[in-house]
Design a binder for this molecule. Structure first.
Ligand SMILES: [Zn+2]
Length: 701
């Protein structure tokens, strides 16, 4: 590969044996496109568990496609077009089934599935002949704006019986559902589809009025969402559709997808490195394809459906995903990625800061994929943490949180739930990723927790100013968790490390002068779950008990143009700090520090009140994956709230305390942001901050 800005040249290794798969059809609903999808499914072995009856999992509810599959012409695209044009297909029906009611349990190892069906004439259930089409598929889609969703048919207590007994006519469903259903009917042995709003009982009350009973089914199903997607034969992704009315398919200009080819004469250049490609004059004219390395981002990563929070989990958990994009289809499974218009291309290449890097596949959750991500960040520097257990697993988690934090959720409290299946995959089950036991703490992990507190909300530099429109929802996660923040630009998850000092000779000689890398200890942590059965789900309260080595009162200032940074902080001048400041040569007043990143200044309004008690707490030197001289002292900015006991269940245990001393009260703080002091430029500020030790243990909520 040779880089030309965001484009690369791909050399044709063997021009005679090239796969010719140039798209020609004018619509992604065509036979040609269907055949490309079929060929991917044939090449992929990720859905092979469907051959093992013992490994089959069925969701609680499914839409049964059997009657539709039996209808004439449904599996043939030409007849289907004719049927659609005459409206005949619109009256065909799918039925809701509850799998524990209708699947006849046969002995384990049975290759066919039998079903009980409701016979409306006899008004009882009879056993239908064996179900040959025993596979189910899932759908990833955008619900669309609340207004367009309002009138949509959905499963609730009032529609359930009707969906089961009378069925649902296709014309009642949004176009995306209809397209997905008809596509699923054409797949080998697929008899069912799972669609969230049709298979989970939707609460009828508005969000704020929901009773515990009305969300019971939703909570139960959301706990198994990862299993539902993991068990599917295929996840159909309406990747480009912004709402239910757009459907899976789009018309297109196929010639726009054709890759450009050029002849490159590389004689006299080192364009292809030292590698010699032939030695004769004739061979030096090399046929190359020009490829745009940013196309996968535009086609898939930034597509409408992948901006939805829930979809990341669906995409990662499903064994394979077929993306219906704007002008072509694309494929993702644990083994390979492909796109109709870019056969033979290495789709994991991305343009990053002027160079082309291999990011690996998002769906590849293996230590090897974590190692690739790590190496990209190290950028040639030696790894200070190379012996740390689970180092590459944390890299995967960092990548997932960073992608997830840029997505949006309709319901704010879903933040942790919509990621819970992925979190579970990291630390539970046969294929868990962490080798050490690790407890989930509202989006962070208990091992090496100190370093994980150093996440940062990304700002956008636009029109000469830094912009941070992030909002905090304090009801769904503690302030020390990134999950409390909604931001369009996402967060940067920190380098996860155990902060063991590097074993370099330089460090050993300086060790007694240098402060240790980590200046904070998490003594205890406590998470109170909203749903006791889902330890990866919503939390009512999260609290840490900390022992910081330094903790200094500061004041925060808003700055105004022409200054390009919006805020600064300085140590609050008082008797003890003024003495420190006067010893510095630069100024008689405390040093201003403007390298700070407030988490959500627009919603954390109380941090600007005159009586707000703000503090700066140095945590560690970072980032570890850069040259030591380029590192900063990372400090959390905190706001003092009140005094609390550490144990949130203190009331329950009060009885046992009768006659004992009252429980200890700790000052309770809230995280408001992070600041960085350069090792190179901010030495005075670092020294001032660390001029006196802190004795207190504190709570962070
Ligand atoms: Zn595969």
């Amino acid at each position: 590969m040779v880089e030309i800005t965001r484009c690369a040249l791909r050399i044709h290794a063997d021009p005679k044996n090239r796969r010719l798969r140039t798209p020609r059809s004018l619509d992604t609903s065509s036979e040609e496109v269907f055949e490309v999808a079929q060929s991917w499914m044939k090449d992929c072995k990720c859905g092979d568990f469907w051959k093992e009856p013992g490994e089959r999992f069925y969701p609680k509810r499914l839409l049964d496609l059997e009657q539709l599959r039996g209808a004439n012409g449904i599996t043939d695209i030409d007849s289907l077009t004719i049927l659609s044009e005459h409206g005949d297909v619109e009256r065909k029906k799918v039925y809701l089934i509850e799998t524990d009611e209708v699947f006849v349990q046969r002995s384990i190892g049975a290759t066919e599935l039998s079903m009980k069906v409701w016979d409306s004439k006899k008004k009882n259930k009879s056993v239908r002949k064996e179900q040959k089409n025993h596979r189910y598929v899932t759908l990833s889609h955008c619900w669309g704006k609340p207004k367009s969703v309002q009138g949509q048919l959905r499963l609730d207590e009032t529609t359930k019986e009707r969906f089961k007994r009378e069925g649902i006519e296709l014309r009642e469903l949004p176009k995306t559902f209809r397209d997905a259903i008809l596509f699923a009917c054409r797949l080998d042995k697929v008899g069912f589809i799972w669609i969230d709003s049709m298979c989970i009982i939707q609460p009828t009350e508005s969000y704020s009025n929901r009773s515990k009973e009305s969300v019971k089914d939703w909570l139960e199903q959301s706990r198994t969402m990862d299993q539902i997607y993991r068990g599917s034969f295929l996840n159909i992704s309406a990747t480009a559709a912004v709402d239910g009315d757009q459907g899976l398919f789009f018309s297109r200009r196929p010639e726009y997808l054709w890759e450009d080819e050029i002849n490159v004469n590389y004689s006299g250049t080192n364009l292809f490195g030292s590698e010699k490609i032939g030695s004769t004059e004739r061979d030096q004219l090399t046929r190359c394809t020009v490829i745009d390395v940013s196309f996968w981002d535009e086609l898939v990563e930034n597509a409408a459906v992948n901006r939805r929070g829930w979809v990341l989990q669906e995409r990662l958990m499903a064994p394979r995903v077929l993306h219906f994009c704007r002008d072509q289809i694309a494929w993702e499974c644990a083994e390979f990625e492909d796109a109709e218009g870019h056969p033979e291309m290495n789709l994991t290449l991305r343009a990053k800061l002027g160079s082309i890097v291999d990011e690996g596949r998002l769906k590849d959750l293996t230590p090897e994929a974590g190692r690739t991500l790590r190496n990209n960040r190290l950028n040639g520097f030696p790894d200070p943490d190379k012996d740390m257990t689970d180092l590459y697993i944390y890299e995967l988690w960092k990548h997932i949180v960073e992608v997830y934090s840029r997505t949006q959720l309709t319901v704010s409290s879903d933040k942790l739930i919509a990621l819970s299946g992925i979190a579970r995959r990291f630390c539970e089950g046969n294929s868990k990723l962490f080798t050490l036991p690790n407890k989930y703490i509202a989006g962070l992990w208990s091992q090496n927790l100190e370093s994980q507190l150093l996440w940062q909300v990304n700002e956008l530099f636009r029109d000469g100013v830094f912009e941070n429109p992030a909002r905090r929802d304090a009801t769904r996660a503690p302030s020390f968790s990134w999950a409390s923040i909604d931001t369009p630009h996402g967060v940067t998850y920190p380098d996860v490390t155990d902060y063991k000092p590097e074993e370099t000779s330089e460090r050993r000689t300086r060790a007694h002068n240098q402060p240790k890398e980590l200046m904070l200890e998490v003594l205890k942590h406590r998470i109170k779950l909203s749903d006791e059965d889902n330890k990866f789900g919503m939390v009512v309260q999260g609290r840490l008990l900390l022992k910081p080595r330094y903790l200094r009162r500061i004041e925060l200032r808003r700055l105004h143009p022409p200054l390009r940074v919006p805020y600064s902080w300085r140590l609050k001048p008082d008797a003890s700090t003024s003495e420190v400041v006067q010893t510095t040569s630069k100024a008689a007043r405390p040093l201003e520090n403007a390298n700070l990143y407030l988490d959500a200044p627009e919603s954390d309004v109380d941090i600007f009140f005159d009586d707000a008690e703000l503090y700066c707490m140095p945590v560690a030197y970072g980032e570890r994956t850069v040259r030591e001289s380029s590192r900063y002292l990372y400090c959390l900015l905190l706001k003092l709230e009140k005094h609390v006991e550490f144990d949130p269940e203190a009331n329950a245990s009060n009885k046992r305390r009768v006659g004992l001393s009252p429980p200890t009260q700790y000052p309770m703080f809230r995280r408001i942001g992070i600041t960085k002091l350069s090792n190179h430029l901010d030495k005075d500020a670092q020294n001032a901050l660390m001029s006196e030790d802190n004795k207190l243990e504190i709570c962070l909520d």
